[in-house]
Write a protein that binds this ligand. Structure first.
Ligand SMILES: [Zn+2]
Length: 197
């Protein structure tokens, strides 16, 4: 969660400010100032991509821990590479648009299954409306810019946690199984580290 906070901070604050500063220096034709800011921007982009890589490395273990804690039987995820709403935050978008992000969920399910002793299923659901409708009353949420974590329901007026609301909507949708790639069989996990890293 700390890494996620840092990623969001760099995206929403640091990079925005640096880009704004760079535009100002360009307008005033300050080439030395531009050079300095471009160097700083590159350093921040590098730092941010390192943080993202570390998040992606840890994510399967984090998800597996949640699955194990709740003894879940199914992990439902939205269909990959589709974001019809465009309301997701920068980090969610970065992970969502990864070409091979199915690997994160497949590894999470595999890790959790080995811990729980039964096969946790991985299912995809259609993302249509999962972040738009209030799970309690079915009304539309007011997803204006800046209403990322919370939004007001246009029908009942409640302040809704958009993440929790979307998770509930996803959990109630009909899922279809995602074909799992070949991880080593669970009982052969010891002594086989070919999938590590
Ligand atoms: Zn409502």
């Amino acid at each position: 969660m700390k890494l996620a906070e840092r990623y969001t901070h760099l995206t929403d604050k640091v990079l925005k400010e640096l880009n704004r500063g760079l535009a100002k220096k360009r307008r005033s034709r300050d080439s030395h100032g531009c050079c300095k800011l471009i160097g700083e921007l590159n350093r921040v982009y590098t730092r941010r991509s390192r943080i993202l890589r570390e998040i992606l490395r840890l994510l399967p273990f984090f998800l597996a821990a949640v699955i194990v804690k709740h003894h879940s039987r199914i992990l439902k995820i939205e269909e990959l590479n589709v974001d019809p709403t465009g309301t997701k935050g920068a980090l969610a978008k970065a992970i969502y648009n990864m070409p091979d992000n199915a690997f994160i969920y497949e590894k999470a399910v595999w890790l959790a299954s080995s811990e729980l002793g039964y096969n946790v299923l991985l299912e995809q659901v259609n993302p249509f409306n999962t972040s738009q409708l209030h799970n309690v009353c079915g009304g539309a949420l007011d997803r204006k810019l800046g209403h990322y974590d919370y939004a007001y329901c246009k029908a009942c007026g409640l302040k809704v946690n958009t993440h929790f609301n979307a998770a509930l909507n996803i959990s109630l949708k009909q899922g279809r199984p995602l074909s799992s790639r070949s991880f080593p069989p669970l009982n052969a996990r010891e002594g086989n580290h070919s999938n590590d890293g």
